[in-house]
Design a protein around this ligand. Structure first.
Ligand SMILES: [Mn+2]
Length: 325
């Protein structure tokens, strides 16, 4: 059932203690919307726990309240009477160890992925929204919850990262209106953008150097891809988020429409992250072919290894698409 904000607010107001979760390997939107909503609900007097299977990535620990995000093994037992998942398209985007905390309570699913499977008891999925953080802001505004500078910082981080710093086409007038409100609520734009974009570890440039050495150009320059073998991940001691940015660099090549990153994982599977510049060459459908999903212009999938075979299989679909239209 598609919910209105009003029914969502009514359901939340009936609960006292709320467990909030977001997807594994969290990005800025997963962390910012989790903490933004968590702090908002706390401000209304709810008892709140914020849980993610993985630790907050190093580059996002500056977000106010990030120390509040717990991992399920330390989360212990909860007395919550409601669970809310954020920015998570399907049940499989959240670890079983996190679902294990649910204890049979109702689940509200708040997300902006078009591939969302409506797995909650209540689902608020707005695939036109550029970030879950934007939906959280609209919810807070409708409910009249007060937005502190700390909350504003988290929501700004969520929206800024998922819109590529307000560059992707999903960035709307509503997005800029919301950001105006967030700045009014106390976000220091210079400071937060420096923390978000100009404070990364050297490893991120080292891995970029490695990956750009393996740059592969296909489809007459319209597809660019890079690969990350597990050996490089181990050698450089990479952490979550370190490879972010590489896809943006190759996506920025003038002739490129689709950019792809292939990452070999410890379990031998290959994680594929893909980006497109044009709606008619959407990567969401390609990722669906391989059991993944996401948005039209940004989507992901996991393929069986080895790395070279996964690259060939995925790129064959990309080349087919680019040749088609
Ligand atoms: Mn998101």
């Amino acid at each position: 059932m598609e919910l209105s904000f009003t029914s969502l607010i009514n359901r939340i107001s009936e609960s006292h203690s709320i467990l909030l979760v977001s997807h594994n390997r969290p990005d800025g939107d997963a962390i910012g919307s989790l903490m933004g909503l968590g702090l908002l609900l706390e401000g209304t007097g709810k008892t709140v726990r914020m849980v993610n299977a993985d630790a907050v990535p190093e580059g996002l620990t500056f977000l106010p309240g990030s120390e509040r995000v717990e991992q399920p093994d330390t989360a212990g037992s909860s007395e919550h009477d409601l669970m809310i998942s954020l920015d998570s398209a399907g049940l499989d985007r959240i670890s079983d160890s996190v679902w294990g905390l649910r204890n049979g309570v109702d689940l509200i699913n708040i997300d902006h992925h078009i591939s969302n499977s409506d797995y909650g008891d209540m689902n608020y999925v707005d695939s036109g929204s550029p970030a879950t953080g934007q939906i959280v802001f609209q919810l807070a505004e409708k409910a009249g919850w007060s937005i502190t500078a700390e909350i504003a910082g988290n929501l700004y981080g969520a929206i800024s990262t998922d819109t590529g710093s307000f560059r992707y086409p999903s960035t709307s007038a509503e997005t800029y209106r919301i950001v105006t409100e967030l700045v009014r609520a106390g976000v220091n734009v210079g400071e937060i953008n420096r923390q978000l974009y100009d404070s990364f570890p050297l490893r991120r440039v080292e891995v970029m150097r490695e990956m750009l050495n393996g740059l592969r150009i296909e489809a007459e320059g319209r597809c660019a891809s890079v690969r990350l073998p597990l050996s490089v991940t181990e050698e450089l001691g990479l952490q979550a988020g370190d490879t972010e940015g590489v896809v943006d660099v190759i996506r920025g090549i003038d002739s490129v429409i689709i950019a792809v990153l292939f990452e070999e994982l410890p379990d031998g599977k290959i994680r594929v992250s893909s980006r497109s510049k044009e709606e008619r060459y959407g990567v969401g459908d390609i990722c669906n072919v391989f059991g993944g999903g996401g948005h039209t212009l940004a989507a992901g999938a996991r393929l069986p290894g080895p790395l070279g075979e996964a690259e060939d299989r995925f790129l064959a679909e990309v080349i087919l698409l680019l040749g088609d239209k």
